[in-house]
Design a protein. Sequence first.
Length: 281
Amino acid sequence: MDKSTENMLALNAAKARYYGVKMVYTAQSGHPGGSLSCLDVLTTLYFRVMNVDPKNPKDPNRDRFVMSKGHCSPAVYPVLALRGFFPVENLKLFRSIDGHMSGHVEMKYNPGVDMSTGSLGQGISTAVGMALAGKVAKKDYRVYAILGDGEIAEGQVWEAAMSAAKYKLDNLCACVDVNGLQIDGATKDVMPSEPLDEKFAAFGWHVIKIDGHDFNQIEAAYEEAKTVKGKPTVILAKTVKGKGVSFMENQAGWHGKAPNAEQWAVAEAELKAKIAELEGK
């Protein structure tokens, strides 16, 4: 990846972080922590990896994406807006009675959303169904999903993992956002899930481990996944919860909490400074 491409991704991720936190602040409700941690992965997917067309969001041959940890809508909606699926101005209606951008990702009113999610475990299960449908119909599209490492405690996730392996869904690539925290604290304390690499391998998946904030590693992992035949791929992306806002980073308390006016002023200053830095490159 050349420097200009890397900067483009970093800039879009920085803008998405700004819009995501602003949405949560404006609504005084939402989930900033896990949204901020997965935004580098999500930005790379929509701007470099996936075959999608904002002018034709229902193209039957498009790649599909499912945000399995559906509460991370403050990551999904800004990326879709920046990619051109709908105007950025629409983001101000997040969790508003006047708008249709629910706190959990939903597909009815938002172009580019392929599945409504929220109940943990159901998103990856749907992604498996989409991938199987593609195989049965002999379609070339690929299916992508992002899960949280707290979500991995759901039994339904592992039922889906078994099904994906059984049906040899090499058109499916999941990514686990391994930020180490969930609503009740550290995942290792709430419900230990490691070693995730050995577990997914035992379930018949091809496993790739990366730094989830390194755009070169992210893109390389998705390109590797495209070459894998006969089994699904999972990318284990090590990330920082609350990435980009100093007082939110690595703090479980920011899983699902809105900043107050004073906190927003600090976050806004940091996020705008990052955008200005990248725009100056």
